[in-house]
Design a protein around this ligand. Sequence first.
Ligand SMILES: *Cc1c(COP(=O)(O)O)cnc(C)c1O
Length: 522
Amino acid sequence: MTMNNQGRPTTAGISGATLPPTLSGDHGLDHEEKLIFELGRDGMCGVDVPEAPAHTARLGGIERRRKIGLPGLSEPEVVRHYVRLSRNNYAIDTGLYPLGSCTMKHNPRLNEKMARLPGFSDLHPLQPQQTVQGALQLIQELMHWLMELTGMPAVAMSPKAGAHGELCGMLAIKAAIAARAEHRPRVLVPESAHGTNPATAAFAGFRVDQIPATGDGHVNIEALRAKLDTDVAAIMLTNPNTCGLFERRILEVAEAVHQVGAFFYCDGANFNAIAGRVRPGDLGVDAMHINLHKTFSTPHGGGGPGAGPVVLSKALAPFAPLPLLVSDAHGLRLIEDRSALSGDSDPFGRMCAFHGQMGMFVRALSYMLSHGADGIRQASEDAVLSANYVLSSLKDVMTAPFGEGPCMHEALFDDSFLNDTGVTTLDFAKAMIDEGYHPMTMYFPLVVHGAMLIEPTESESKESLDRFVAVLRGLAEEAKAGRLERFAGAPHYAPRQRLDETAAARKPVLRWTETKIAEAAE
Ligand SMILES: *Cc1c(COP(=O)(O)O)cnc(C)c1O
């Protein structure tokens, strides 16, 4: 790539842009890594495969006629390429990850070991069901835990992430409304909702109607009541909400919503703040997704994998999507189509080809069994304690819009402490990278101007929190003292400096071709 030497850190005293073309662009052990397509050579291969015997029409005439352009590299070259790339990454295994609303926490290695047991990892989703009774039993046990922890009578296991779970819950609500032959086109979404909530409601065909927040970051119940009518299908409420606060008037919300015959969808992605302490079923919730990849650990950096089972109330349970797991005299069985249904089951359809993310199921159940109910409660309490520790350790130097009382699992700050310093919120976040930390969530939730949302999680020690707090205090003090060098153009020590995020979003180069790369570099 011709762009390689640009955007390299210049603070080491050598400007990458002025390097003679024969030098590598590497800074010591910090490699300037090319794309694997640029590294590969025609004819190179990591393994020796014997020449295939000549068959005529071996594939019935559907053999490839052209090369597909895979890069050719030796095994050590492939290994080095990916290991070098991995060293450019920030990871939960290299440091605290303060990303609010995403719960990046330690993944106990025990879960990984369990997920790699051949009886789970080598399954094929189309295997005969008699041969996978152990896996079905694991799913059943996980369902039991999820229903117990939430106090809900049913759970759909197939959704593959939080947003997919939201869609599942809203489609169940839509089916329930259709079964009552009602017309309810509107869904209420509080201002403090996670962005996926309005997106899901719109995708499911509803009209989104926003409810304002109160000055202290909670849903405005009076505004909610004013908008409730018999054309409302549901409210989608995030609890704890994205300001890191527990919606204290949630029972009133449930009651008001049910009074007009609407459903209560709760975004339970932040269940890790309340698991073992509060059962959503006791709060009048009708549907709630649980992000197994947040609450019950499991790695999910980089966009996957995840799992978003949805617990359902008695009113919504009949509409749960296929497949349904049942147990009968022959053992456990997945019902895959309507003709095999009994009772009042009336699935709205199905969410995906198979029955969910088996690897995530194994990890989540492993997390649950190794913690026990008491341990899960303790994890929630520790997550809340950590966030409050960060909030109270920083609120004298950073500004906390709702810092009067305690928070739940995340501590929310805004950027007014940077007013008149010449440092922007983005500068501040980027300067954290030079100090060895991934930035917190920026500019979200939208209800707070210049929001900075920090979720330390339960898996950080007090020492690790203290170090993080000290770094943020140091940066805040530098900004206020007018020492701006470290902020301007930060990060200085990362493999890339400020990226053009607008161009990345508007003109993404998603697939390698020689011409596209050349164009992008111009
Ligand atoms: C993470 C999150 C989601 C979306 O979950 P995905 O698994 O990323 O689809 C929805 N709501 C809240 C509050 C979240 O934190």
